[in-house]
Design a protein around this ligand. Sequence first.
Ligand SMILES: [Ca+2]
Length: 366
Amino acid sequence: MNGLLRHPGARAALAALCIAALPGIVDPQSLAGRAREPGPAEESPATGQEEQQPRPLFKSGFEGTIELTPLTMYGNGAWQEIRGTDSETGFAWPPKLWGGTIRLQLVAGDRERVTAATLGGQMFSELQSVIGHDGTSTRALFSTVQKGVGGALVNWDSTQNDLGIFPGPSGQGDLYVSYWLKLQPDLLERMVGSDWDSGWRGAIRSVLPEWLERRIVSGWAGRVVSDWKTGDGNNAGDYRIILSVYGDAAAKRLYWDARGDNVANGGLPEQIFWEQMNTRVPVPVGQWFRVEIFAHRSSGPDGRVWMAINGQTIVDRYGSNMGVNNLPWNRIFASLNYSSGQSLPAYQWVDDLEIWDRFPASASPH
Ligand SMILES: [Ca+2]
């Protein structure tokens, strides 16, 4: 198997993520303070021991009057805000994590110049009523990317539609993010890897011997699930953790790939600090599954990155996870719709987003 991230197109696409300027929104007063369900730290702020209790920074399942605003265009993409108070959790969008915000970011492509009309034809998000992970009706955030640059049906550019946390730079600590994700049911078949084989190969697949198919298919496609980047005021970062689903249509399998590197728009020569593939824990498609990611940042051996899918650990890595410039998080794309080498459309649903300042009691075994 080739080193998949060494695929030049994939590397370019993965590296080009989200370079637009940050909003200057600072409103720490609203940090979790609007929660109907206060965290233990708010209930009992008196002693150090109680301050060690996990505190929810934000929880929402998009219930009640949550709505998406019209697009705010910039150059090659747009921002889209999520507004309203969740009727089940009591938290108001957007949360002001460490003085920052959360919003959707739509990127048309590296060099695109788009209007709301053209971008809307390329990708969109909407809140939908669907059957949730507990089998009952619920509202969830639907995201789709219909076309790549120039109407391409396979994306190798930075085209993406993301749910991004944009934290403020100060007062950062441990972070735990959990949500439920449902990937499109036909993801494996769409992991085609190149333009030419997305059309006729599908038509003749039934008569193509597998050994031949594996030889002629380029074999790599990726779908980023979560992407956390550091950065300064200009988004020039020095560290990234990224979780992807890799697709190998020829081998007819999907699997997990996670890594820590310095590909965070900081212009540094690429350095991969660690990479872990997991082919043991299944990649569910067409059904809900839980994504959990925890990070404790440190330059020492106590630094930790932990990830779990449906309660099964896929990454538990200790060691430094600081970049050369010790920069803080500034773009945590909790959930992305960002594919490389996938036959479009790429679509998915997200529900029950939770953000905590450490592992909550509801976290999977860690
Ligand atoms: Ca919901």
